[in-house]
Design a protein around this ligand. Structure first.
Ligand SMILES: NC(=O)c1ccc[n+]([C@@H]2O[C@H](COP(=O)([O-])OP(=O)(O)OC[C@H]3O[C@@H](n4cnc5c(N)ncnc54)[C@H](OP(=O)(O)O)[C@@H]3O)[C@@H](O)[C@H]2O)c1
Length: 189
Protein backbone atom coordinates (compact mmCIF):
# COMPACT_ATOMS: atom_id res chain seq x y z
CA UNK A 1 0.00 0.00 0.00
CA UNK A 2 2.83 2.39 0.91
CA UNK A 3 4.53 1.48 -2.37
CA UNK A 4 1.36 2.27 -4.32
CA UNK A 5 1.18 5.71 -2.73
CA UNK A 6 4.87 6.31 -3.44
CA UNK A 7 4.33 5.28 -7.06
CA UNK A 8 1.68 8.02 -7.19
CA UNK A 9 4.23 10.61 -6.06
CA UNK A 10 3.31 10.76 -2.37
CA UNK A 11 5.95 11.03 0.35
CA UNK A 12 5.13 8.16 2.70
CA UNK A 13 6.24 7.77 6.30
CA UNK A 14 6.05 4.04 7.05
CA UNK A 15 5.00 3.12 10.56
CA UNK A 16 4.74 -0.39 12.00
CA UNK A 17 4.63 -2.07 15.35
CA UNK A 18 8.22 -3.24 15.02
CA UNK A 19 9.30 -2.03 11.58
CA UNK A 20 9.24 1.17 9.55
CA UNK A 21 10.66 4.68 9.90
CA UNK A 22 8.70 4.97 13.15
CA UNK A 23 7.14 2.36 15.41
CA UNK A 24 3.96 2.57 17.45
CA UNK A 25 1.59 0.26 19.27
CA UNK A 26 -1.86 1.22 18.05
CA UNK A 27 -3.29 0.19 21.43
CA UNK A 28 -1.17 2.80 23.23
CA UNK A 29 -2.76 6.26 23.06
CA UNK A 30 0.32 8.03 24.41
CA UNK A 31 2.45 6.30 21.77
CA UNK A 32 0.13 7.55 19.00
CA UNK A 33 0.46 11.09 20.39
CA UNK A 34 4.24 10.74 20.44
CA UNK A 35 4.15 9.41 16.88
CA UNK A 36 2.29 12.47 15.61
CA UNK A 37 4.77 14.71 17.45
CA UNK A 38 7.70 12.86 15.90
CA UNK A 39 6.37 12.77 12.34
CA UNK A 40 5.12 16.36 12.18
CA UNK A 41 2.71 17.70 9.55
CA UNK A 42 1.11 15.15 7.25
CA UNK A 43 -1.69 15.47 4.72
CA UNK A 44 -3.17 12.00 5.13
CA UNK A 45 -3.15 9.06 7.51
CA UNK A 46 -3.70 5.53 6.25
CA UNK A 47 -4.01 2.71 8.76
CA UNK A 48 -3.72 -0.89 7.57
CA UNK A 49 -2.99 -2.23 11.05
CA UNK A 50 -5.26 -3.47 13.78
CA UNK A 51 -5.25 -6.61 15.86
CA UNK A 52 -8.50 -8.46 16.56
CA UNK A 53 -8.75 -11.91 18.07
CA UNK A 54 -10.35 -14.89 16.33
CA UNK A 55 -12.17 -17.50 18.37
CA UNK A 56 -15.60 -18.93 19.08
CA UNK A 57 -17.87 -16.76 21.17
CA UNK A 58 -17.88 -19.67 23.61
CA UNK A 59 -14.11 -19.37 24.02
CA UNK A 60 -13.34 -15.66 23.74
CA UNK A 61 -12.27 -14.34 27.15
CA UNK A 62 -12.05 -10.84 28.60
CA UNK A 63 -8.52 -10.39 27.30
CA UNK A 64 -9.54 -11.31 23.75
CA UNK A 65 -12.27 -8.68 23.75
CA UNK A 66 -10.05 -6.08 25.45
CA UNK A 67 -7.28 -6.65 22.90
CA UNK A 68 -9.66 -6.40 19.95
CA UNK A 69 -11.38 -3.27 21.24
CA UNK A 70 -8.18 -1.57 22.42
CA UNK A 71 -6.26 -2.29 19.25
CA UNK A 72 -8.31 -2.51 16.05
CA UNK A 73 -11.22 -0.35 17.26
CA UNK A 74 -9.94 2.27 19.71
CA UNK A 75 -6.46 2.25 18.15
CA UNK A 76 -7.91 3.45 14.86
CA UNK A 77 -10.41 5.77 16.54
CA UNK A 78 -7.56 7.35 18.52
CA UNK A 79 -5.49 7.71 15.37
CA UNK A 80 -8.26 9.97 14.09
CA UNK A 81 -8.98 11.77 17.38
CA UNK A 82 -5.32 12.56 18.03
CA UNK A 83 -4.73 13.45 14.39
CA UNK A 84 -7.25 16.29 14.45
CA UNK A 85 -5.24 19.50 14.41
CA UNK A 86 -2.09 17.55 13.56
CA UNK A 87 -3.06 16.32 10.11
CA UNK A 88 -3.42 19.31 7.77
CA UNK A 89 -7.00 20.52 7.40
CA UNK A 90 -8.43 19.24 4.15
CA UNK A 91 -6.52 16.03 4.71
CA UNK A 92 -7.84 12.53 5.14
CA UNK A 93 -7.89 9.45 7.33
CA UNK A 94 -8.38 5.99 5.84
CA UNK A 95 -8.95 3.10 8.23
CA UNK A 96 -9.24 -0.67 7.81
CA UNK A 97 -12.10 -2.98 8.72
CA UNK A 98 -12.72 -6.33 6.97
CA UNK A 99 -15.54 -8.10 5.16
CA UNK A 100 -16.02 -10.47 8.11
CA UNK A 101 -17.87 -7.49 9.61
CA UNK A 102 -20.74 -7.90 7.18
CA UNK A 103 -20.21 -11.54 6.19
CA UNK A 104 -19.02 -13.29 9.36
CA UNK A 105 -18.04 -16.93 9.70
CA UNK A 106 -17.40 -19.22 12.64
CA UNK A 107 -14.96 -17.81 15.20
CA UNK A 108 -15.24 -14.18 14.10
CA UNK A 109 -17.45 -12.58 16.77
CA UNK A 110 -14.79 -10.23 18.20
CA UNK A 111 -13.28 -9.45 14.79
CA UNK A 112 -16.69 -8.63 13.28
CA UNK A 113 -17.71 -6.63 16.36
CA UNK A 114 -14.73 -4.25 16.25
CA UNK A 115 -14.91 -4.00 12.46
CA UNK A 116 -18.53 -2.92 12.81
CA UNK A 117 -17.46 -0.34 15.36
CA UNK A 118 -14.86 1.10 13.02
CA UNK A 119 -17.38 1.29 10.18
CA UNK A 120 -20.02 2.99 12.33
CA UNK A 121 -17.41 5.44 13.62
CA UNK A 122 -16.29 6.29 10.08
CA UNK A 123 -19.83 6.97 8.85
CA UNK A 124 -20.79 9.07 11.88
CA UNK A 125 -17.54 10.93 12.57
CA UNK A 126 -17.22 11.89 8.91
CA UNK A 127 -20.38 13.97 9.36
CA UNK A 128 -18.79 15.98 12.20
CA UNK A 129 -15.52 16.38 10.28
CA UNK A 130 -17.13 17.35 6.97
CA UNK A 131 -15.31 20.25 5.34
CA UNK A 132 -12.26 19.79 7.58
CA UNK A 133 -11.15 16.20 7.12
CA UNK A 134 -12.26 13.27 5.02
CA UNK A 135 -12.68 9.94 6.81
CA UNK A 136 -13.17 6.58 5.06
CA UNK A 137 -12.46 2.89 5.55
CA UNK A 138 -11.46 0.01 3.35
CA UNK A 139 -13.03 -3.35 4.18
CA UNK A 140 -10.78 -5.99 2.63
CA UNK A 141 -11.76 -9.51 1.80
CA UNK A 142 -9.20 -12.19 2.53
CA UNK A 143 -5.91 -10.99 1.04
CA UNK A 144 -4.42 -13.43 -1.50
CA UNK A 145 -0.95 -13.30 0.06
CA UNK A 146 -2.45 -14.04 3.50
CA UNK A 147 -4.29 -17.02 2.03
CA UNK A 148 -1.02 -18.31 0.58
CA UNK A 149 0.70 -17.83 3.94
CA UNK A 150 -2.07 -19.96 5.46
CA UNK A 151 -1.39 -22.70 2.88
CA UNK A 152 -4.49 -21.93 0.78
CA UNK A 153 -4.74 -21.08 -2.92
CA UNK A 154 -4.64 -17.29 -3.47
CA UNK A 155 -8.03 -17.24 -5.27
CA UNK A 156 -10.59 -15.96 -4.42
CA UNK A 157 -8.49 -13.54 -2.37
CA UNK A 158 -7.65 -9.98 -3.36
CA UNK A 159 -3.98 -9.34 -4.13
CA UNK A 160 -2.37 -6.68 -1.94
CA UNK A 161 -1.51 -4.59 -5.00
CA UNK A 162 -5.18 -4.54 -6.05
CA UNK A 163 -6.30 -3.78 -2.50
CA UNK A 164 -3.85 -0.87 -2.34
CA UNK A 165 -5.80 0.89 -5.10
CA UNK A 166 -8.75 1.33 -2.74
CA UNK A 167 -6.56 3.15 -0.21
CA UNK A 168 -4.94 5.31 -2.88
CA UNK A 169 -8.42 6.18 -4.17
CA UNK A 170 -9.47 7.46 -0.76
CA UNK A 171 -6.26 9.47 -0.27
CA UNK A 172 -6.52 11.13 -3.68
CA UNK A 173 -10.30 11.36 -4.05
CA UNK A 174 -13.05 13.48 -2.55
CA UNK A 175 -15.13 10.86 -0.76
CA UNK A 176 -15.87 10.89 2.93
CA UNK A 177 -17.92 8.69 5.24
CA UNK A 178 -17.53 5.75 2.89
CA UNK A 179 -16.69 2.12 3.63
CA UNK A 180 -15.40 0.36 0.51
CA UNK A 181 -15.76 -3.40 0.36
CA UNK A 182 -12.62 -4.61 -1.41
CA UNK A 183 -12.94 -8.20 -2.51
CA UNK A 184 -11.79 -7.87 -6.09
CA UNK A 185 -9.60 -5.55 -8.14
CA UNK A 186 -10.96 -2.01 -8.49
CA UNK A 187 -9.96 -1.86 -12.14
CA UNK A 188 -8.87 -4.42 -14.71
CA UNK A 189 -5.17 -4.37 -15.37
N1 LIG B 1 -4.78 -10.12 5.86
C1 LIG B 1 -6.07 -10.26 5.50
O1 LIG B 1 -6.46 -11.17 4.72
C2 LIG B 1 -7.08 -9.27 5.99
C3 LIG B 1 -8.40 -9.31 5.49
C4 LIG B 1 -9.33 -8.40 5.96
C5 LIG B 1 -8.95 -7.47 6.91
N2 LIG B 1 -7.68 -7.45 7.39
C6 LIG B 1 -7.32 -6.46 8.38
O2 LIG B 1 -6.23 -5.70 7.93
C7 LIG B 1 -5.43 -5.31 9.06
C8 LIG B 1 -4.00 -5.76 8.82
O3 LIG B 1 -3.98 -7.14 8.64
P1 LIG B 1 -2.64 -7.87 8.20
O4 LIG B 1 -2.98 -9.28 7.96
O5 LIG B 1 -1.96 -7.11 7.10
O6 LIG B 1 -1.82 -7.74 9.56
P2 LIG B 1 -0.27 -7.83 9.87
O7 LIG B 1 0.44 -8.41 8.68
O8 LIG B 1 -0.15 -8.52 11.16
O9 LIG B 1 0.18 -6.34 10.10
C9 LIG B 1 0.10 -5.36 9.11
C10 LIG B 1 0.89 -4.13 9.54
O10 LIG B 1 0.33 -3.60 10.74
C11 LIG B 1 1.37 -3.38 11.68
N3 LIG B 1 0.82 -3.61 13.03
C12 LIG B 1 0.28 -4.75 13.52
N4 LIG B 1 -0.13 -4.56 14.78
C13 LIG B 1 0.16 -3.28 15.09
C14 LIG B 1 0.00 -2.49 16.27
N5 LIG B 1 -0.55 -2.98 17.36
N6 LIG B 1 0.40 -1.21 16.23
C15 LIG B 1 0.97 -0.70 15.12
N7 LIG B 1 1.15 -1.39 13.99
C16 LIG B 1 0.75 -2.67 13.98
C17 LIG B 1 2.45 -4.35 11.33
O11 LIG B 1 3.73 -3.86 11.77
P3 LIG B 1 4.98 -4.81 11.98
O12 LIG B 1 5.22 -5.51 10.68
O13 LIG B 1 6.08 -3.88 12.33
O14 LIG B 1 4.58 -5.76 13.08
C18 LIG B 1 2.36 -4.38 9.81
O15 LIG B 1 3.09 -3.30 9.24
C19 LIG B 1 -6.09 -5.98 10.29
O16 LIG B 1 -6.93 -5.04 10.91
C20 LIG B 1 -6.89 -7.10 9.69
O17 LIG B 1 -8.01 -7.44 10.50
C21 LIG B 1 -6.73 -8.32 6.94
Amino acid sequence: MASALEAGGHDVVRVGRSSGAHTVDLADKAAIEALYDAVGDVGAVVCTAGVAVFGSVEDLDDEAYATSIGNKLMGQVNLVRLGLGRVSEGGSFTLTTGTLTTAPGPGTAAVAMVGGGVEAFVRAAAIDLDGKYRLNAVSPGWVAESRQAAGLPPEPGIWAADLAEYYVGFVEGNETGTVAEAESALTDR
